[in-house]
Write a new protein. Sequence first.
Length: 658
Amino acid sequence: MNIVNDPKLAASGERQLPLFDEDELDIAAYLRDEGEEHHADAPKGFAALTIGAVGVVYGDIGTSPIYALREALRPVAADGLRQVEVLGLLSLLVWTLILVVTVKYVFFLLRQDNRGEGGVLALYTLARLAIGRRSIPTLVLAIAGAALFAGDASITPAISVLSAVEGAGLVFPHLDHWVVPVTMGILFALFMIQRQGTARIAFAFGPIMVVWFGTLGIMGLWHIVQNPIVLACINPWYGVEFLLEHRTIAFIVLGALSLAVTGAEALYADLGHFGRKPIMAAWLILVFPALTLNYLGQGALVLADPSALEDPFFRLVPAAVLPFLVALTTAATVIAAQAVITGAFSLTRAAVQLGLLPRITIRHTSHDQSGQIYIGAINWMQLFLVLWLVVGFGSSGALASAYGIAVTGTMVVSTALSVIYMTRSGSLSLWVALLIAAPIAAFEYAFLASNMTKITDGGYVPLILAGLVGLCMWSWWRGTQNMVVKSHKQLVGLAGFVKAMSHSSVHVVPGTAFFLTPDPTVVPSALLHNLKHNRVLHEQNVMLTVETLRVPVATPEERASYEPLDGRFSRLTLRFGFMETPNVSRAMGNARKVGLKFDVMSSSFFLGRRRPVVSGSFGLNRLLDRIYAALTRFSADPSDFYHLPRDRVVELGERVAV
């Protein structure tokens, strides 16, 4: 019996559903999955969340004073360092923090959240919905931004921990031969504790970073008092004058200055972990003042003692205090890696929900926030890449050239997406949006252009990593769209199907068949294949849909709902909280309570699965299809994911040419 061509079904007027834009489904699913309750902004626990944000969100940008000003001053100091040049560099640095981090990220982008989630993909979702239709250029921007962030997520832990262990050489001079082994051991331990959850890690890291930022501020303030002339750098004219006078050198210096804002994108990506208000409070009350004071203090020290240019950060303290500072710096740089690790988890979940990556197992680690997650596959893959970078480069100096391209590239993408969202949503006119974004974009494009000169010196690493991630994302999205177009031609409306089957002569067998489907309004493909190949229909057919609620745990009353359609067909919805494992077998007891009657021993669970088969001539499209087919093997098995009874599962698949 051919269901698609059944004249009785055609007569019902609901034989086949119209084709629709699959990207609309991806966006809707993303909004539904991200619509979980976020309690980060609630008064209860606000101080704890703020301290946690200090430990996780600001770890990367908080360690930039160790090297940022030093690297920026070195090209200028070749012919001697003048006061006006120091003030010019300090002015550029301070205004970079003000415009790029404070204005763009803290005051602006943190408000452009998608149901509490941040990051470049959340911003893409908002822009896509504002446009109202599929936009390939906007999608390419989003993939580029996400891929660049993924490339940086592997470099930051490597260079942070390497610099920490190398810095310990100031106290332990004989540590040189143990730098790589010790670094690998620390990184392995750091990635091992990720399974404990961001909340527990933040609880441990937060107080340490509070001490770190407090120490930064005190160190800088001590030298500012001794040489208050550096306060003049607040005047932006010093920065403009420096750029006009040192055009060639200034271009090189901008690449070093971008080190001061590495970690800013992680600030936005980690929005779902802590919430907007705790992140804003941490920046305005502690992080920004501490960073500014420390940079100005280093400038004051260099003006008073030019020889301190060799290492102005560690020269801020007397020799007697140096062991304490080295120990604290080691802890802070290890913690700095945490910001991009948690950001990578958030980015991966968003990519999965938007249809840019195959579905993988995501474990929630907090009963209070849905944003607290752990993804084992990403954790171990990232660890492998980080260890490979440590062994391959061997020192933070060798990795320095690779640092910055990915971060500044992601910043440029997020600015472009933000302008698209503001203008297409009607929030601002195009000219007003460009006027607001122009100063920020000028800094970011200059940073990116300067960092691009480092490609041959190691900058190729994040670009290669980003290229591989971007290729996988594009291949998965493209392959999914092709599969959807093919499958939509066979979609059948459930209401019309039920009416047609009430007069059908198809053979009916005893028992209950559960057909898993994400859309309870259409006929599952497994049911159509069962009719087509086995030519039978069960006595009771249940369309089973599993939903995730916006609360940690579903109550017994909301666990299950049952809707009979006629004597042979019905719909069953099982609901689980975002902290729960969707155990369908266990939830069947709740299904009985809402009216579903079935015998376990005569029940079967039917799953539909499509296997892509690569066809077509050799070329780029075939390469993309092969990547898509390979990625399908990494998708989570629905039988295991939903905890279905193994001896009661029937998978009906089809081979689809792509």
